[in-house]
Design a protein around this ligand. Structure first.
Ligand code: ASP
Length: 306
């Protein structure tokens, strides 16, 4: 039987109603009492790391999760993190980049409804996560609504539906049928040693292009080392913003271009508006999601990853 470290951090699945709305209230021990069948799947140690809405999860909290897993790596066959769904993609992406060369499962899950309430997705998602560990998955991924999604491709696309996540620009890594049967896609062997990549640079800003954006905005961004522009379609910069962009790049800020589209790749060679941006020094983010880009900039690994 696999030995799993279950790390509880809060989120809706651990919430109870208060007079001020849903608030995380259940411990890891409380959560697991809803899943008696777990005793046949894994042996479990529980770590109540924190109990917060994922809105309040900071980079420091995420680093704490990565450090805990790194420290305990040899003692467990796998790690499960229960987490709020709202920022789960950011945690998954940062753990994916920080836990480089990991050869054990680190699985995150959350739910749209608290555990124990009618029609909650929490029980299934939590149980599936343990099933995926028992089936032998390796790497950092989210397990939600019957899908295994790699940590750097996860995006939350719906804040109400029970199927809120998608794997963007990559196929899912596997599925879990409603009867609990896990199907894992073939995984490539890990080719680098396991190491903990530290967070290096937090001076990141994401700017969304909107029609009529004031060009003066670029002069306000000079304190940031990295600016990600979420632009239109395949990428490009409107001509009236070029002067501001050029000045920002010339004073030393790294500027990257991604797209407001949910999937597909930025290609700055496709249109003249993109070629102009590239000539000014803006860098295409290709098919990376925002969460993945932010995490890889934080870890200084942006240029290393495919
Ligand atoms: N606000 C909640 C959180 O992210 C939402 C959820 O868990 O679904 O913690």
């Amino acid at each position: 039987m696999k030995h799993v470290l279950f790390i509880a951090t809060g989120g809706t699945l651990a919430c109870r109603q208060s007079e001020n709305g849903l608030i995380p209230a259940l411990t890891g021990e409380d959560l697991l009492t809803f899943l008696p069948e777990l005793s046949t799947l894994c042996t479990i140690t529980i770590e109540n790391l924190f109990s917060i809405d994922s809105t309040d999860v900071t980079t420091a909290h995420r680093v704490q999760m990565a450090e805990l897993i790194f420290r305990e790596y040899a003692n467990y066959d796998g790690f499960i993190i229960s987490h709020g769904t709202d920022t789960l993609s950011h945690t998954a992406a940062l753990l994916y980049h920080m836990l480089r060369g990991i050869d054990k499962p680190v699985l995150l899950t959350g739910a749209q409804k608290p555990i124990g309430v009618p029609d909650s997705d929490a029980e299934r998602n939590l149980l599936d996560t343990f099933r995926v560990i028992a089936a032998g998955y390796r790497g950092v991924a989210a397990v939600v609504h019957g899908r295994i999604i790699r940590g750097n491709h996860l995006v939350k696309v719906d804040c109400e539906d029970m199927d809120p996540f998608r794997s963007i620009n990559a196929p899912v890594e596997g599925t879990i049928a409603p009867d609990g049967t896990v199907h894992l896609c073939p995984q490539t062997p890990v080719s680098r040693p396991f190491e903990l990549i530290p967070v290096k640079d937090t001076r990141i800003f994401v700017l969304r292009l909107i029609p009529g954006l004031d060009p003066a905005v670029f002069s306000m961004l000079s304190g940031y080392q990295h600016v990600i522009i979420e632009g239109y379609g395949s990428g490009g910069i409107p001509v009236y913003l070029e002067t501001g962009l050029k000045a920002l790049i010339e004073q030393g800020t790294n500027v990257y271009i991604t797209t407001e589209c949910l999937s597909g790749s930025v290609d700055l060679t496709k249109y003249a508006v993109g070629c102009r941006a590239a000539a000014l020094g803006a860098v295409s983010l290709g098919s990376h999601t925002i969460a993945d880009t932010v995490a890889s900039i934080l870890c200084g690994t942006l240029t290393d990853e495919p």
